[in-house]
Structure formats: C-alpha cells, structure tokens
Design a binder for this molecule. Structure first.
Ligand code: GBH
Length: 452
C-alpha cells in the first residue's frame, strides 16, 4: 500500500503521452507526413529499424486506453495533437477528419471525468514546413504554429481550458537541429539556436490566441538541476554555461523577459540574429503555468578535447542507481530543481505542474519503477512543503511506446505493450499508482476541481 504523500487536496494526478509515440495510423484520415515519418525512414536512424507507422495503434484503440485511464483513477490526461492531422501541409485549411479524432477523444475523456490537457507540439512538425521553410529554423514556422493553434482552439476551446503549447523546445533544438539524433536530423550545432527563439515566439503567438478563447497556457520545459563536477572555477563556469543553455534559455524569456548570458558560446542575445525588436515583450508573461519534465540531474565539468568547441563537458553521476536507459536515478534532484526555480524567479514564477516524470525498466513486475515514482512524488511533496507551488504530477507514460531513436527498446509505460499483438497488460506500477491516487483522494475528501 503506498504511503499518502502530503500534497494539497486540489493536487492533480495524471499520465502523459505524445501523438507520434502512440497513435500509428500515419496515413489515415488525411494525415500529412511529419518530419518524424521522414526521419524514421532513414537507414540507421532508429534502433533495430523500428518505426511508428502502427506504434500503439492508439488512433484505433483509444477507447481501450481511456478505459485504462479511468481504472487508474487519474484526474487529467496530457496528450498531444498531431499538427499534420489538423493541417496536412502545415498551412491552409483544416482537415476535418483529423480534428474530429481529437474532438471524440476530448468528449470521451470528459465523460470519464478526466480533464484533457493537450500539447500542441510534441515534435511532429508537418514535413512540408521543413521542406519549404526549414522548419523551426524559419520565423515563418512560428506564425504557422499560431494559425494551427487558432484552428484547434476554435474547435476544442469550448471544452478545453488548459493548454500546453510546446514540449521540450530544448530537446527539440538539440537532438533535432544541433546533433541530428531526432527529426528533422540536422547537425547545425550552435547554428541551431534560432530554433529556440522561433519556438518561443510560436509559443507566445499561440498563447495570445488560446487566452483569447479563455484558455490557460503552459509550456513543458525539460529542466535539470546542473551542478559542477568539482568546486574548481573552470568546472563552475562550465556548469553555469550549461545551465544557461539548458534551463535559462527557455525559462528566462517567458518569466523574466530576457535571454540569459550566452557569451560563453560566443553568441549574442539576438540568438544568431533571430530576435527582432518587440519579440521579448511578446514572449514575456505568456505563461499561466509552467510544465516541468524532469528525468535526472546533470553534472558538468570544464571542456575537454572532445567538447566540439562547446564550453562544457557532461560528467557521469556515479554512486547512484540508473534506469535501463542508463539515466541516473536522483529523486532529490527534482526537489532541488523546484527550489532553484523558486529562488531564480521569485514572484515572477507561475504555478508549476510536473508534466512528465518516469523511467525505463523492462518487465511487468517493475519494483524499480515503483521506487522511482515514489521517490520523485515524495520530492515534489518536500518542495511543496518548502513553499513551491506545484499543482500536479503526470507520469511518463501510460503504455510502453515508440521511444524516438530507441524505437520500442525502452519501456516507460505503467502498462506493458506486446507490440506484435497490441496486447496491453497493466504492470505492478500501474496498480501502485492507482492505489496512491485513491489513497490521496480518500485522505482529502470533497476536493474541489483543481486549477493548474
Ligand atoms: C521526454 O524527453 C519526451 O518528452 C518524451 O517524448 C520521451 O518519450 C520521454 O521523455 C522519455 O525519453 O544523459 O543520462 O543525463 C526526455 C528528454 C533527454 C531526458 C536526455 C534525459 C539525459 C539523460 N531527455 N536526458 S543523461
């Protein structure tokens, strides 16, 4: 039986997923190709040649997945909307059959007493925007994103109040445009920095539209508490530089109205010429809540010969367990991160929701996942007790799914997926999370509907 965490009665429990990782049905009902369809077809791009043409077949099996969520007892479900289903070429008229899918999903969630929390962009950009404009390297994509947000809010805005614009713009910039490990597969290194600004500009333009529909706006930033590998000046300077790139670059403009000091990268605060007059004023203050995706802390030391000219090197964190993915398990890092956000932004900070937290382990009997989730939920409760306003917690993820470049080899689900038969089997962690949510709700009877 899980211990009931000391969290407020309004605290919301959920799970998160993403369209490309679960839906499949890549060519159905008028969906256009996304950058991920094209990237995944490159030989060697995805482990073992896996692809997401079927994924979890959620596009057809969503009633079964909602039943799993209802049984789990979650308050809210974070999913993402596939832009190429709504606008197959990223611009122009809407594809009615694509919108209808999310319309049905929204209604079914509400009928099940689960609050829908859609993310508008979880990396599956319409391929036409990449081919014609260069994707997020182009300012044009920010305007197209706002138009897509408008179409979506026109259709769903009467039932959806809370929205997430972007998922992890840092990861999308680094893996997609700088290192080439994710779609669209560019290796631009620091020349990818305009994608940071264009994503934030797209967020801001969309935020104005969503708020116009009475919506509340969040972004899901993957943040990590950065620490120097030693107390020497070079290690501390390198850690500061990494913190600026990973965390501050995506939080400061939204909460403080400025870009951080990137001089360690030889980059000015116009981010390679992409920042125009008035942009920061538009971006500043566009969050009603901050989504935080947390997986692990980061240890940084001074650059070495293999740092590719970057002002840091990532060091390993040893003496802690690691997940099947090799990521260090440090629940205390989540408390540390939340306290740091509180200190850095003070009164300018908005309420936080943990929009992703989870881990990869094999098996249906998964005590390691239970220990991971338990430790991290406790870390959230500690930060709340220390004064940080955290409104909810979402496990990544409901069902084992297409883990990007790792294909189906990394399993983050509370529910096991047998890919060949599409059989879903709840894991031990599913029962544990269900009991935890029930225990929390029982200890706080009559909780009013939470706001994020
Ligand atoms: C998220 O990204 C995504 O939003 C989601 O789609 C994905 O399925 C999920 O997480 C699981 O991967 O080098 O040991 O310090 C997570 C992004 C990037 C988190 C790399 C951890 C570094 C591990 N991650 N990262 S380590």
């Amino acid at each position: 039986m899980p211990r009931t965490p000391a969290l407020p009665p309004t605290f919301r429990w959920g799970v998160s997923t993403a369209s490309y990782q679960i839906e499949g049905a890549a060519t159905e009902d008028g969906r256009g190709p996304s950058v991920w369809d094209v990237f995944a077809a490159r030989p060697g791009a995805i482990r073992d040649g896996h692809h997401a043409r079927t994924a979890c077949d959620h596009y057809h099996r969503w009633p079964e997945d909602i039943a799993l969520m209802r049984e789990l007892g979650i308050d809210a479900y974070r999913f993402s909307i596939a832009w190429p289903r709504i606008q197959p070429t990223g611009r122009g008229p809407v594809n009615e059959r694509g919108l209808a899918f999310y319309d049905r999903l929204t209604d079914a969630l509400l009928e099940s007493g689960i609050t829908p929390l859609p993310t508008l962009f979880h990396w599956d950009l319409p391929q036409a925007l990449e081919a014609e404009d260069g994707g997020w390297m182009s300012r044009e994509t920010a305007y197209r994103f706002a138009e897509y947000a408008a179409h979506t809010a026109d259709r769903l805005g009467d039932r959806i109040r809370d929205w997430i614009t972007l998922n992890e713009p840092f990861v999308h910039m680094v893996f997609g445009y700088a290192l080439g490990q994710h779609a669209p597969g560019h290796t631009l290194m620091l020349d990818a920095l305009p994608t940071a600004h264009h994503q934030l500009l797209g967020h801001a333009l969309a935020a104005g539209i969503l708020r116009g529909h009475g919506g509340r706006v969040m972004i899901a930033n993957n943040c990590t508490p950065v620490s120097p590998a030693s107390d020497t000046a070079p290690d501390r300077a390198a850690a500061e530089a990494y913190d600026a790139l990973h965390n501050q670059l995506f939080n400061d403009p939204l909460l403080a109205g400025r870009y951080p000091d990137l001089s360690a990268y030889g980059v000015g605060d116009d981010l390679g010429g992409s920042v125009k007059d008035g942009d920061l004023a538009l971006i500043h203050g566009t969050l009603d809540g901050l989504g935080i995706n947390y997986y692990n802390p980061t240890r940084i030391c001074a650059p070495t010969d293999d740092s590719d000219g970057l002002p840091f090197t990532q060091a390993t964190i040893d003496a802690v367990p690691s997940t099947a993915f090799g990521w260090p398990v440090v629940p205390e890092g989540l408390r540390e991160l939340l306290l740091r956000l509180g200190r850095r932004y003070g009164d300018a900070l908005v309420p936080i929701t943990i929009t992703e937290n989870g881990c990869s382990y094999p098996g249906i009997d998964d005590p390691d996942r239970i220990a991971y989730l338990d430790g991290h939920i406790r870390a959230v409760a500690d930060a709340v007790a220390e004064g940080v306003d955290v409104r909810g917690y979402f496990v990544w993820t409901l069902v084992d799914n297409f883990e990007w470049a790792e294909g189906y080899t990394q399993r983050f689900g509370l529910v096991h997926l047998d890919h060949a038969t599409q059989t879903r089997t709840p894991k031990a962690s599913y029962a544990w999370y269900r009991d935890l949510i029930a225990a929390h709700h029982r200890s706080q009877p009559g909780a009013p509907d939470a706001t994020m």
